[in-house]
Design a protein around this ligand. Structure first.
Ligand code: ATP
Ligand code: MG
Length: 400
């Protein structure tokens, strides 16, 4: 069929033609925003799940919900080894601009921009070296910094003052500020603790500001180590693979708008191959469409497309990640893949990995830590590890 009309969208953060199975979260978020704007107690939110399940896409959809309600919004993609301070200032600057131009009192808006600037000016020297450091440009404000507000150098205290001021500004308009943080597991633990502290304070004040984070499955555990009360501070939402009905929807709705249908057996086979993982649904859907001669898409089309789709995943989704690992890390991953073959979630203990490689677990710590840093494995229970990428074990087992 015409590849130009192919509706499927495999890719990191690519908005799917049909966001299947997330209605509940979207509705729930509307309630959250209304409650926060009304000054009612409400928790911030954390999405967690494996690679490719649709966290970024959901985060963006939630942001759209906030934008529709005229909230000020900003987004950060956290990176290892980078402090939150500058990206936070940039994201909140975007949010302030969104509400600022509707505000009746330009002096008040400038005052908040001045606080943002003084917050940003505390950026550590290491982080300033990055090409993005240009105070005037990067936070886009020509107002003077306001000394003595959000500039103590203590991230938690500064965040509290900054959050309070931006939330108050939005509050003047009957709305709030929503801050979105993707790849949140990459925020250093002390900074996560500071963020929790600031969220805690802000929610006690009833100020209209919410944080929505997204990250890998161990994010809730990491948050809990950063502050003991993190467990109660956030509403944790696990973003998972789609149940059969929703995976079918993700394929059928976009096809339907091009007047294309699927045979039942084709959908059965697609679910067997994709397990309902959103990235795989898009990837297999795309190749199948290109292979199929017309409507309805048949089982034979799926069977013909499967090796090609698998090949694309092997080089892109899996291969690119495998290539980032060092030889020692690859040995470690192969051991995890072999040991995890027989259990549902593929998780294995570090002791088992040590045994199978004939090494003491401590001597394998550098490989394990390296893989965690690279976001290839995670550990949400002490002494166990699992792949962050669905079907990664299967990929490695087939490789040798
Ligand atoms: N609910 C959904 N319905 C259909 N397709 C979806 C859905 N959610 C995500 N997708 C598709 O899945 C793919 C992966 O989405 P996304 O990049 O948001 O995943 P992610 O969880 O952020 O992955 P990573 O951990 O690698 O950042 C995209 O191609 C997107 O279009
Ligand atoms: Mg993502």
């Amino acid at each position: 069929m015409d590849p130009v009309r192919n509706p499927y969208a495999p890719g990191a953060g690519q908005r799917p033609p049909e966001l299947a199975g997330r209605d509940h979260e979207l509705r729930q978020f509307e309630v959250t925003l209304e409650r926060v704007a009304a000054g009612r107690p409400e928790r911030s939110m954390v999405l967690s799940g494996l690679r490719g399940v649709g966290k970024t896409v959901l985060l963006n959809a939630l942001r759209s919900v906030a934008v529709k309600r005229a909230w000020g919004t900003g987004k950060i993609e956290a990176r290892p080894e980078q402090s939150l301070r500058l990206p936070l200032a940039q994201a909140l600057h975007t949010a302030v601009r969104e509400v600022g131009h509707r505000h009746r009192d330009p002096e008040r808006v400038d005052a908040v921009a001045g606080v943002l600037k003084s917050f940003a000016l505390q950026t550590r020297v290491e982080d300033r070296r990055s090409s993005r450091w240009q105070p005037a440009l990067s936070i886009g404000t020509d107002v003077a910094a306001i000394k003595g507000r959000a500039d103590s150098g203590d991230l938690e205290l500064d965040m509290i003052e900054l959050f309070t001021d931006v939330a108050d500004l939005a509050g003047d308009l009957g709305v709030g500020i929503a801050l979105f943080i993707d790849e949140m597991q990459d925020v250093a633990v002390p900074e996560l603790g500071a963020l929790c502290g600031a969220c805690h304070e802000i929610s006690q004040q009833g100020a209209p500001l919410v944080v929505v984070g997204a990250g890998l499955p161990h994010l809730p555990v990491t948050l809990a180590t950063s502050k003991s009360y993190a467990e109660r501070l956030f509403r944790y939402v696990s973003v998972d693979r789609l149940p059969r009905e929703m995976a079918d929807r993700a394929l059928l709705v976009p096809a339907g708008s091009e007047n294309v249908d699927y045979e039942r057996a084709a959908l059965d086979e697609l679910y067997r191959l994709t397990d309902g993982y959103p990235y795989f649904v898009q990837a297999y859907g795309k190749v199948t469409w290109d292979v199929a001669l017309g409507t309805p898409i048949r089982l034979a089309d799926v069977q013909e497309a499967a090796p090609e789709a698998e090949g694309e995943l092997a080089t892109g989704f899996f291969g690119a990640r495998y290539d980032r690992a060092t030889p020692a890390e690859r040995d470690y991953m192969r051991a995890v893949a072999m040991l995890g073959a027989n259990n549902e979630d593929g998780s294995v203990t570090t002791a088992q990995v040590g045994d199978s490689l004939g090494r003491r677990p401590q001597s394998l710590s550098p490989a394990r830590d390296g893989l965690i840093k690279k976001g290839l494995i995670y550990s949400s229970e002490r002494g166990t590890v699992a792949f962050t990428v669905p079907h990664f074990g299967q990929f490695l087992r087939q490789r040798n």
